[in-house]
Design a protein around this ligand. Structure first.
Ligand code: SAH
Ligand code: SF4
Ligand code: F3S
Length: 442
């Protein structure tokens, strides 16, 4: 009898990449992936704990699987990812129906753990952090076919310890992957039809600084830019402190680097930035933005920001609002501050009225929505190169792809255009995507 597994993934790209690895490992064991928990012998959750809401969702989902376990005694339920790393043994204690808990450095142990649970119903826990050498051996490589765009992990972990953030605690220290391996992987991906890569890490700008790698991030970008057959390069996430002038200049000279950058600023107030341990001031951030815009006038910026950090006054908040207005981000991911266990900010006194926090949040979201709409609306009538990624959900004969600025465009076209960059004139602009028509190459 073939056994089956159901996998649910929460959180960021780090987890998406780890989940691909989980699928590969379990498939190698002979297990088949299924679409519903009801059909599965093994149910796995790859979890996120960046905010309280994300963590509560995990418990919500687990609660739904508990009755399944009561009906089917041979069902195996496992939790991995950042909540598993953070909670470890507590999870097994709190949830008796859970069989296995594996941390962010322990994905490779999963086959062994699943086998043990299948054989003698033994429960297991693996949440040990590995040293850098062992982690480098286990870096996820991605050479499977089928897509036009791919994420390529260049570093993992984070050493920044922003005071609100759980990531350094659940992902461990920064480690960079050797550049030769990254270049090889991208070459293999391109040979299989990939046209765009996004270099991935919690803080890609510090690539190589602390690791074994022999290239700097800028040198790595230069070499990737030389790979024949590759059309586009993006990278995420950047820490403003580590965004060097040299890196900023690459936007003006590397032909394949998309004119788009996600540059989280978190708060517009110097006082709050310091409490957050971000390592830059409002003015330093704005100077970097000005330099980016001067070397690359059409660059589209996006950002993350936090509303209601402990001690945030109305004046601090107004500074965040004014920074959003000044920079004019194409998109901003706005988060309400959430105290995370084990972080420094969780011990800071926080007496902000929840209703006031919510009011600030809504003010910011509303203002940003106006700015985003204005920016994307300004593309209507213009013609942009769209890299065709597949058939659109909009219906037959419709394709979708993205502009260099990272906006989804739907337009009519032949599927033979898959993987090609085609000029598309933008006709209409919706909240999250645009509609266009293919025009002759100019
Ligand atoms: N490594 C990336 C992303 C980290 S998590 C970076 O440094 O930018 C993604 C975003 O979640 C962060 O940028 C931050 O805005 C938000 N975030 C992290 N911890 C948070 C918390 N405790 N409360 C609210 N938002 C948080
Ligand atoms: Fe978290 Fe800061 Fe590291 Fe980003 S840079 S992952 S916000 S600690
Ligand atoms: Fe969440 Fe872990 Fe990513 S906490 S944001 S899944 S690194």
């Amino acid at each position: 009898m073939t056994s089956t597994f159901y996998l649910e993934t929460f959180g960021c790209q780090m987890n998406v990449v780890d989940s691909e690895r989980i699928v590969a490992l379990l498939s190698d064991m002979g297990l088949t992936q299924v679409d519903t928990p009801e059909e599965a012998r093994v149910i796995l959750l790859n979890t996120c704990s960046v905010r309280d809401k994300a963590e509560r969702r995990v418990y919500g989902h687990l609660g739904r699987y508990k009755p399944l376990k009561q009906q089917r005694k041979d069902l195996i339920i496992g939790v991995g990812g950042c909540v598993a790393q953070q909670e470890g043994e507590n999870l097994l204690e709190k949830l008796p129906f859970l069989d296995l808990v594996f941390g962010t450095h322990n994905v490779h142990k999963l086959p062994e753990m699943v086998r043990a649970a299948m054989n003698d119903r033994s429960r297991s826990l693996e949440t040990e952090f590995l040293d850098n050498e062992a982690r480098l051996q286990l870096f996820p490589t991605r050479t499977d076919t089928g897509s036009i765009t791919r994420f390529v992990t260049v570093m993992q972990g984070c050493d920044n310890f922003c005071t609100y953030c759980v990531v350094p605690h659940v992902r461990g220290r920064e480690v960079s992957r050797p550049s030769a391996e990254i270049l090889e992987e991208i070459q293999a991906l391109v040979a299989q039809g990939v046209r765009e890569v996004t270099l991935l890490g919690q803080n890609v700008n510090s690539y190589g600084l602390k690791g074994e790698s022999e290239l700097s991030f800028v040198e790595l970008l230069e070499q990737i830019n030389d790979i024949e057959g590759l059309e586009r390069i993006r990278f995420t996430t950047s820490h403003p402190r580590d965004l060097s002038d040299e890196l900023i200049e690459t936007f003006g000279r590397l032909g394949k680097l998309c004119h788009q950058l996600h540059l989280p600023f978190q708060s517009g107030s110097d006082r709050i930035l310091e409490l957050m341990n971000r390592g830059y001031s409002r003015q330093q951030y704005l100077d970097k933005v000005a330099r980016l815009k001067s070397v690359c006038p059409d660059i589209r910026l996006t950002t993350d920001l936090i509303v209601g950090f402990p001690g945030e006054t109305l004046e601090d908040f107004e500074q965040t609002l004014s920074l959003v207005e000044q920079v004019r981000y194409a998109d901003a991911f706005t988060f309400l501050y959430s105290a995370r266990p084990g972080t420094a900010a969780a011990h800071m006194s926080d007496d902000l009225d929840p209703a006031e926090r919510q009011r600030r949040f809504e003010r910011l979201v509303k203002r940003q929505e106006q700015v985003s709409a204005e920016i994307w609306q300004s593309d209507v009538g213009g013609t942009f190169d769209v890299l065709v990624e597949g058939e659109s959900k909009q219906g037959q004969g419709q394709l979708f792809g993205r502009t260099a600025s990272n906006r989804i465009v739907n337009f009519e076209g032949e599927i033979s255009l898959l993987g090609r960059c085609v000029p598309v004139k933008i006709l209409r602009c919706g909240k999250n995507s645009m509609v266009g028509e293919q025009v002759a190459a100019g």
